[in-house]
Every structure is written in structure tokens, then in C-alpha cells.
Design a binder for this molecule. Structure first.
Ligand code: AKG
Ligand code: FE2
Length: 448
């Protein structure tokens, strides 16, 4: 796991391919990784050709890629997505490739993406191995998926574009959405007590019967996936601060993307009401779109001094692509589980596409439902409120030092009035402390 999280300095492709050739496992893995990267960059080129050209360039991925780009005729690809890739496993070089019947490794594998490149993943095994997500294709019985899609397409006619930044301060919302909660009292609380970046949510609805029914199925599947993740990727133990209880969603945030240009920008989902290490179940219906993930590159890679920490530091656009991106393709009726290591360590987005393949029911539209658990311990009546009256926002400090020491991330509450138009932020700041299970400790529950 550590190798994945704390791998600070990725070698450049040139460093990785310094021409040394050996029979060591490292060399084999390196070739495997290079082939996977090349296959992602040149999805229409077969593996033998990739290997030939790579060998001719002494293992230099950049030079290989340039040659392929120059020599091969471009095929039109109106959907903007790679045409073929069955599975990264097909690039595995024996014996380093995992046997399908073998127990999966407890450690996370090396990050395959790299600066400036997008690795396209389709296969559930690849996705769970190389991202903090798992995917289940054909999740609902087809009729049920279509019924839910039809209902939400109808609902989405009255969705609105968010005019405030909803889940983090880097989100842009060129798409429409609405929040669904379980009951009328919760709806009233959402409207009058919860604050999202300084604004109240105006479009809150109660879960439709179909959303409610599907919630049960999502709940069951997500709980199964959480246990599997703990067993196979976290070394048998839940993450520090992860809620140990069964995952029980009580809200669904529904997005509608009408046409290829509608998207959501890079962000992590806000932790303020979900608490640390949240798990989210995300069901996609309608046209297939690319869900991109990229690892947050900590800002302290060259800095071991914790005292001068700027907790508000964000990787920003210049650091954002240092680890490359992974595109997960989300077809109709697929359930993506964003696991507990997702929000604090990765950002995600739905990128604009050049074109979409029309869906028989949805046309150009994609509906996405994220089922979420609003935790009682994080109800705004009990979380810190700063002197300027805007409830504080829970954020994670993007620094790797504590993670490396096995302490888990560090969190803080801060004033979010700076994101409210016309309001100046006060200087409210307080470190947030949690017990092992992510329950808040150290504040009284009284707002000050
Ligand atoms: O549409 C998606 O798949 C993701 C939506 C999302 O990231 C969000 O609602 O926070
Ligand atoms: Fe999100």
C-alpha cells in the first residue's frame, strides 16, 4: 500500500528505460508497464508492433510513441475514446502477471499512469488494481436500469445548474443536478441547515420509489465491495478514520450531463458532512462517459518540516497532472464504488467528450447517481462554526508526511466565507481530530 501512496519521485520514462536489459522481475514489470502505457496512447496498434518499436528504441517510451505517432495513419475516432483495450492483464509478462485464481495482493501496485498521459481502463480487475475504485458492469437487471433511467430523465427536465461550487472549490458545474434525501424532515434540514460553500441547496427532493429501491441494491453491493477492498488492498484492516459500520446511504446526488460538452471539473467530494474516508456508490445510466481520476500530488515532496505547513495549499493546475490521469469508462448500468482512499488522495472529473454514442433511451444524456452517507456526527448543528456565521468546512491537508508515517491524513476546519460571493473569509482555522473510526473528538458539539 505504501508504495502506492508514498511513492514520491516517479522515475521519468527515460529513467525507467535506461537500456539495461536483464531477466529480473523489475525489468519484466518495466516492460509490462511501458507496453500498457503505449497501448493506452496508441490503442489501435497491436502489442507485437508496440514491442517491436519499443525494442528498436531501446525501451524509450517517449521515442517509441513519437515514432508511432509519425508513422501510423490516424484513424478517425468520433467518440474521442480509444477503440480497443480488453484488459491490461493481456500485457502482463509471465510470471509477474497475477493468476486469476490466485489471492489478490494485499499491497497496491505501482501507479501506471504518468505525467501528461491518460491511461484508459475498462476491465474491472485493472480498475480495482490501479485506482481507488471498483466497478460492477450490468449492475441492475436491464429493465430496472431502464425504468430508473426513464424516471430520472423525466426528473432531470427540472434540474438546474449549480450556481455555487458544490463539492470542492475547484468544481465547475456545466451540468445540472438535484439532491435527493430519505425523508421530509431531512429535506427541510438540507434546505435550512446545511450549507454548501456558503449557499443553501434549493433543489432538494425526496428519494423517488425507484431511487429508494435501487438504494437497497447499491447498499448491499457497496458493503460487499468494501469488505473485498479491505481484504485485498488494505491488508485486512479498514483505513484509519474509515467508518467501521455498515455503509448505509441516506442521500443521492443526481447529475444529468446533456450532450458531450457537459462535464464536471477536477474535484474531491466535500468531506464536511460525510466525514473522513467516505465511501460513495456511483451508478451511471445512459450514454457512456469517461470518469477520470488522478492522484493528488502532495505539496511537501521536498519539505520535511511540518511546522510551516500551509493547510490551504492545493496541488493546483501545475502539480495536478504530475502523476498522469486514468480514464475509467462508465457504461450504462455500471456501479462504480469510490472507496475510502479516494477523496483524500485522488481527484476526479467527468471530462468533456468530442462526441457521444447515443443511448437508445437517453439519447445524448447521461444520468449519474451518487449514493452518499451523511453522518449524524457531522450534522451542521454540531460541527464548528466560525465567528462570521458561515459553517466551517472540513478539509484534508495535502501533505504526505503523516501518511508516510502511517498516521493517516490530517484534517482541519476552516472558514469558507471566502468562497461566498461578497463575503470576506475570517481567519477561523482549527485542526480536526477523529478517533480511529472517524468520529469527531475534541470539540464539544456546541457551535461557537
Ligand atoms: O458523474 C459522475 O460520474 C461523477 C459526479 C461527481 O463527481 C459528483 O457528483 O461529485
Ligand atoms: Fe464528485
Amino acid at each position: 500500500m505504501d508504495a502506492f501512496v508514498t511513492r514520491r519521485k516517479r522515475k521519468t520514462s527515460t529513467e525507467e528505460s535506461d537500456g539495461r536489459c536483464s531477466n529480473s522481475k523489475d525489468a519484466e514489470e518495466s516492460t509490462e508497464v511501458k507496453l500498457a502505457i503505449l497501448a493506452s496512447l496508441h490503442p489501435t496498434v497491436d502489442q507485437d508492433t508496440l514491442l517491436d518499436v519499443l525494442t528498436a528504441h531501446d525501451g524509450d517510451v517517449d521515442a517509441t510513441s513519437q515514432t508511432l505517432r509519425a508513422k501510423l495513419p490516424k484513424k478517425p475516432n468520433p467518440g474521442g475514446t480509444p477503440a480497443v483495450q480488453v484488459s491490461l492483464r493481456s500485457f502482463a509478462v509471465a510470471p509477474s502477471s497475477p493468476r486469476l485464481d490466485a489471492p489478490p495482493p494485499a499491497k497496491r501496485t505501482k501507479l501506471l499512469s504518468r505525467k501528461g498521459a491518460t491511461l484508459h481502463l475498462y476491465d474491472p480487475v485493472d480498475i480495482s488494481e490501479h485506482t481507488p475504485c471498483t466497478i460492477i458492469h450490468n449492475f441492475l437487471p436491464p429493465d430496472e436500469a431502464d425504468t430508473l433511467l426513464r424516471e430520472l430523465l423525466d426528473e432531470s427536465k427540472t434540474f438546474t445548474k449549480a450556481t455555487f461550487k458544490l463539492f470542492d472549490n475547484v468544481v465547475s458545474s456545466p451540468h445540472t443536478s438535484a439532491l435527493y434525501v430519505s425523508s421530509q424532515p431531512e429535506l427541510q434540514e438540507q434546505k435550512h441547515e446545511y450549507v454548501y460553500n456558503g449557499s443553501r441547496m434549493t433543489d432538494v427532493r425526496t428519494l423517488t420509489p425507484h431511487l429508494e429501491r435501487v438504494k437497497e441494491r447499491v447498499q448491499e453491493a457497496v458493503n460487499r465491495e468494501i469488505q473485498e477492498r479491505i481484504r485485498t488492498r488494505y491488508g485486512g484492516k479498514k483505513l484509519k478514520y474509515q467508518d467501521p459500520g455498515p455503509w448505509a446511504p441516506n442521500a443521492a446526488f443526481v447529475n444529468c450531463y446533456d450532450g458531450p460538452q457537459e462535464n464536471v471539473g477536477w474535484h474531491s467530494d466535500q468531506l464536511t458532512y460525510l466525514g473522513p474516508r467516505p465511501v460513495i456508490g456511483s451508478l451511471s445510466l445512459g450514454v457512456t462517459r469517461e470518469f477520470r481520476v488522478r492522484r493528488i500530488v502532495p505539496s511537501d515532496d521536498n519539505d520535511d518540516d511540518d511546522d510551516d505547513e500551509d493547510p490551504n495549499s492545493d496541488p493546483g493546475p501545475d502539480r495536478g497532472d504530475l502523476a498522469g490521469q486514468i480514464a475509467i469508462h462508465l457504461p450504462h448500468n455500471s456501479l462504480l464504488v469510490m472507496h475510502a482512499d479516494m477523496q483524500e488522495e485522488w481527484k476526479h472529473s467527468v471530462s468533456p467528450a468530442r462526441a457521444v454514442d447515443p443511448h437508445p433511451v437517453a439519447g445524448r444524456r447521461r444520468i449519474n447517481i451518487t449514493y452518499r452517507c451523511y453522518r449524524e456526527a457531522f450534522h451542521p448543528r454540531g460541527t464548528p462554526r466560525c465567528p462570521c456565521g458561515v459553517p466551517a468546512v472540513l478539509r484534508v491537508a495535502n501533505r504526505s508526511k503523516r501518511k508516510k508515517e502511517g498516521e493517516g491524513p490530517r484534517y482541519f476546519w476552516m472558514c469558507h466565507a471566502g468562497n461566498v460571493p461578497g463575503k470576506e473569509a475570517c481567519r477561523f482555522f482549527r485542526w480536526a481530530e477523529f478517533d480511529e473510526d472517524g468520529n469527531p473528538v475534541g470539540w464539544t458539539g456546541e457551535n461557537e
